[in-house]
Design a protein around this ligand. Structure first.
Ligand code: HEM
Length: 546
């Protein structure tokens, strides 16, 4: 007791002395000196490594802020200087730290060799849980594996492949080409990225739910479900750049962006739940879903399908929409932009398309040009995984448990060590051997579709979609980029063009071969249903395909 009171008296004496002799300005000066000293140490360390400075308290954030308009170029150059890897740290209390890498060996280690140690992790999951729930894009471990198995089995079935081709062609020949036709008549300019985003959104809704979202319908209507989906994605991503104590407090108080996130995710979930309920009703009434080929129906009809809960089916479909809604459209937008700047490549692509007589499997040069465009402009420019336990990357870089390894796909695709001195050039020929497309590049060097056990499930679908759309458009129209616009990436997790891409369609002459005669999209009545927000089944299986 006596000791305690002596200690209290001593502490009071010290505080008193400090109050008497130390002014606030002294403390400020001491803080500034400490800050400057530790900033100088960080700067020296970073310079030695060729890496960006990690500032006291705010880490890499000021550097990212300075480079917010050229973040991908800056990141690629910084990784090149640092030999393919550097550490990073976010703001104090933000819980984000780890390494950023563009070295294929490190990427392979994380995505394949030590896959078990690098799940998506809780950091990702808790930011996306409202929108994605336990869907494949947000799942790890057995929950992920089970969905992956189910999705792969369905998507690789010939029945689904045929259905998806039909669904793509319906949209391309029933909506995309007629839209370009109308626009070419008046010479009006249109934001091509916006049009393509609408196309792929409709497409993924058709294959996931068997529902026509109607974004590409006449007049390009505002579609509440698409708007809610976009908002929910943007607001979930906002959590990645907001200190957790801020967004978590807002979530608790249902304030601002967190309130809007709840509203947007509710709208998305209600839409998905309605699709699930509709299918359950149909199953009850008709006895089976044998006439339908969309993923939701196929899952419900599969052997374990009867056991899937409504929540499981809802989350599964929402994850698919997130995964497939805008990646291929963004890839296509950069592809068209690159073609406009490379008329020699464009004329070779058009020649290849016309010579293939409508068979996209024979369009090897188009395949190479799309692959090359995505090397330079990967739709998912950066991605990350979270370490479960301490680890060391193949180049000796240590990673601590709960740290993140961010792999910079944009930089990987532009690294001269992997792609040669002309790495920055758009040259589809690098993918061609003897007149045919030659794949065979390591997926860790071309990580555009991810790699290892979590390789993109929709890769084949995406190529079919992109090739069908590009071939249909390019064989009929020259796509002319409106001069004077600034085309640059937007700072987000998908490589959107920040200002879109304004183009004009000019009809080519002579007229191209006619489109495939079957596969015209839903009639006007369907458009009315879409405008009215009703669920419209599209692309039902033809009984020939059962
Ligand atoms: C050019 C178009 C596309 C690109 C570049 C692309 C890229 C990617 C990437 C990088 C991932 C890994 C994401 C991660 O784990 O963090 C991924 C996963 C995935 N993608 Fe794609 N994707 C494309 C199109 C599609 C389409 C059209 C679909 C659906 C039809 C799709 C379905 C998926 C799914 C379900 C996953 C999750 C796989 C898993 O976690 O096991 N993707 N994709």
């Amino acid at each position: 007791m006596a000791i305690a009171s002596m200690a209290a008296a001593a502490a009071a004496a010290i505080v008193g002395a400090v109050r008497e002799h130390v002014r606030a300005s002294d403390l400020a000066v001491a803080g500034a000196v400490l800050f400057a000293f530790s900033a100088a140490v960080s700067a020296v360390r970073a310079r030695r490594r060729g890496a960006p400075v990690l500032w006291p308290l705010v880490g890499i954030v000021p550097t990212l802020f300075v480079h917010r308009d050229d973040i991908y170029e800056w990141g690629s150059a910084a990784l090149l200087r640092a030999g393919g890897v550097f550490p990073y740290r976010g703001t104090w209390g933000g819980g984000s730290s780890g390494v950023i890498t563009s070295a294929p060996a490190n990427v392979e280690h994380v995505l394949r060799a030590n896959f078990g140690n690098y799940p998506k992790g809780p950091y990702y999951r808790e930011r996306f849980v409202e929108l994605l729930g336990g869907g494949i894009f947000n799942a790890d471990g057995e929950a992920w594996r089970a969905q992956r198995r189910a999705a792969t089995a369905e998507m690789h079935s010939s029945r689904f492949v045929e259905f998806s081709v039909r669904s793509i062609e319906q949209l391309v020949y029933g909506r995309l080409v007629p839209l370009a036709e109308r626009l070419s008549g008046g010479g009006a300019a249109v934001d091509l990225q916006e049009v393509l985003l609408r196309f792929t959104f409709d497409n993924i809704c058709a294959v996931a739910f068997g529902v026509d979202a109607g974004c590409l319908a006449d007049g390009l209507p505002d579609v509440p479900f698409a708007r809610a989906f976009e908002l929910a994605t943007e607001l979930s991503l906002l959590r990645f750049v907001t200190p957790p104590f801020i967004w978590k407090a807002k979530r608790l108080l249902r304030a601002g962006s967190e309130r809007r996130l709840v509203e947007a995710t509710r709208a998305v979930r209600e839409f998905a739940e309605r699709a699930v309920a509709d299918r359950r009703n149909e199953m009850r009434k008709v006895g089976s879903l044998r006439g339908r080929c969309d993923l939701l129906s196929r899952l419900m009809s599969s052997a374990p399908g009867a056991d899937y809960s409504n929540e499981f089916l809802r989350d599964f479909c929402i994850s698919f929409i997130l995964a497939g809604r805008d990646t291929s459209s963004v890839g296509l937008a950069w592809f068209f932009w690159l073609l406009a700047g490379h008329p020699d490549v464009e004329s070779r692509v058009v020649g290849d398309v016309l010579a293939a007589g409508g068979d996209i499997k024979r369009m090897d040069y188009l395949h190479a040009a799309l692959t090359e465009a995505m090397r330079l402009y990967p739709p998912v420019p950066v991605d990350f995984k979270e370490a479960l336990a301490d680890d060391v990357l193949p180049d000796g870089t240590p990673v601590r448990a709960r740290q993140r390894v961010i792999y910079y796909t944009y930089a990987i695709g532009r690294d001269p060590a992997s792609w040669g001195d002309d790495a920055a050039a758009f040259r589809p020929e690098r993918w061609m051997r003897g007149g045919a497309f030659a794949g065979g590049e390591s997926p860790f060097k071309y990580a555009v579709f991810n790699a290892g056990p979590r390789l993109c499930i929709g890769k084949r679908f995406a190529y079919t979609q992109m090739k069908t759309a590009a071939a249909a458009v390019l064989s009929r129209f020259a796509v002319e980029v409106v001069p004077g616009q600034e085309v640059k990436p937007k700072l987000t997790t998908t490589l959107y063009m920040k200002n879109g891409l304004m183009v004009r369609f000019r009809r080519r002459s002579p007229p191209p071969p006619s489109p495939p005669p079957r596969h015209v999209v839903a009639d006007d009545d369907d458009d009315d249903d879409v405008a009215a927000g009703r669920h419209v089944a599209v692309g039902s299986c033809n009984s020939n395909h059962l």
